[in-house]
Ligand binder design. Structure first.
Ligand code: HEC
Length: 374
């Protein structure tokens, strides 16, 4: 028998045994007569054959399949996925989130309460859960408003003007978490525009940023972070590709989980040119959205509307406003590849030529390769 087939057969046996054990030992009716279900007992009867009693995953020769088992004691891992998502995986099996079918569906063998208790036992493997922001705060990402949640993400953005000109700008952003509540990021833009002697193309001003979560409280649904960004004059100012001076952009970002799958992102800060003859600017942005899930665990559509304000610190200045309708969609079953499409429409001094279209592709690389989980 080819090894792959053998490992699938063994895995099938392991699943069948786990499900049979789960069905045969309804945990509410343990010997001793105590009717209260106990998360440890459910976990040990239904999950430990594969995940190990200590949550680290039994070795490959014991389980008989080679799909690596996650380390459930790793807080960095167990803090990231919303609890509702893991409850779906336990009830309906690995494939509902693009994982291996070796992770069985316990929907008929365990009650929703038993699954919840088993997962609470899983969360208990992490010794310092309060140090990590929970994955519930990983709300759909708006395109112009910053998120308070920290990410391991690759973001590709394409901006295009709607005035019929050639002007487009693409940017690649890489974000990486470090410690328990920080991430750093780098954004590299690439611009194409109409110059006086034909099209001009080249690298724009490169931004470096660091983010730290200051406060997070799942009971109130709030997360607040501080971000320091510095935009370096890498683009050639003579060719119109960059500003020619460094800009610092400190801001606060606040994310709020709202009832009925609504959510709000807000951001407030300043743009501070590090040269004498340019004005500083205050900026504030908000994006309100709601998520709609197709079926129980299908694609998630999150329409959002952004409101942006800027105020240049000079005499007689008045704030400028823009609105930004946008749609965020999860593309694959694992939901770690997403697309956002939208536009930024100036409200102050409205001009159709000032409308900016944007498309963003997001890849949460921590959750798997680009081709995984479709
Ligand atoms: C037959 C073996 C087996 C049993 C029994 C089993 N699992 Fe799993 N589980 C797996 C495998 C294999 C994976 C990894 C799948 C992958 O990465 O594609 C997994 C992954 C998971 C994940 C991680 C999903 C993620 O986001 O990476 C959770 C949560 C989980 N299992 C919970 C449970 C719970 C709770 C039980 C008991 C009610 C259980 N499992 C029983 C094999 C099993």
């Amino acid at each position: 028998m080819p090894p792959a087939q053998k490992s699938h057969m063994l895995a099938g046996l392991a699943c069948a045994t786990a499900l049979a054990l789960a069905a045969a030992n309804p945990v509410g009716a343990q010997p001793g007569g105590d009717a209260a279900p106990d998360g440890r007992a459910v976990f040990e009867a239904s999950c430990a054959a594969c995940h190990g009693a200590d949550g680290r995953g039994n070795p490959q020769p014991t389980v008989g399949f080679d799909v690596p088992l996650p380390d459930l004691t790793d807080c960095d891992f167990t803090s990231r996925e919303p609890k509702a998502d893991w409850a779906r995986v336990a009830a309906h099996g690995g494939p509902v989130r693009g994982f291996s079918p070796i992770m069985p569906a316990f929907g008929d063998a365990l009650s929703a309460e038993e699954t919840r208790l088993a997962l609470e036992h899983v969360y208990g493997f992490c010794e310092e859960p309060e140090r990590y922001p929970r994955g519930e705060f990983n709300l759909p990402r708006p395109m112009w408003t910053a998120k308070a949640y920290i990410e391991d993400e690759v973001v590709v953005t394409v901006d295009s003007a709607t005035d019929g000109s050639l002007d487009t700008s693409a940017a690649l952003t890489y974000e990486q978490r470090f410690g328990t509540r920080n991430n750093w990021e780098i954004k590299i833009p690439w611009k194409t525009m109409e110059g006086t002697d034909g099209p001009v193309t080249g690298i724009g001003d490169v931004a470096l940023a660091a983010k730290r979560v200051l406060v997070k409280n799942l009971d109130s649904g709030s997360i607040v972070s501080i971000v320091g960004e510095i935009i370096l004059p890498v683009g050639n100012p003579e060719r119109g590709l960059g500003k020619g001076y460094t800009v610092a952009e400190p801001f606060l970002a606040w994310g709020q989980i709202l009832p009925a799958d609504f959510f709000l992102h807000t951001q407030a800060g300043a743009e501070i040119p590090l040269v004498a003859d340019h004005n500083q600017e205050l900026l504030w942005r908000a994006a309100l959205g709601r998520s709609f899930t197709v079926g129980d665990y299908g694609r998630v559509y999150s329409p959002m509307v952004g409101v942006h304000g800027t105020y240049e610190l000079e005499d007689d200045a008045t704030p400028s406003w823009a609105v930004a309708p946008q749609l965020h969609v999860t593309l694959n079953q694992r939901q770690h590849i997403m697309l956002v499409a939208g536009a930024k429409i100036p409200v102050t001094d409205f001009d159709p030529a000032g409308v900016e279209g944007r498309l963003t592709l997001l890849w949460d690389w921590y959750d798997g390769g680009f081709l995984d989980g479709w």
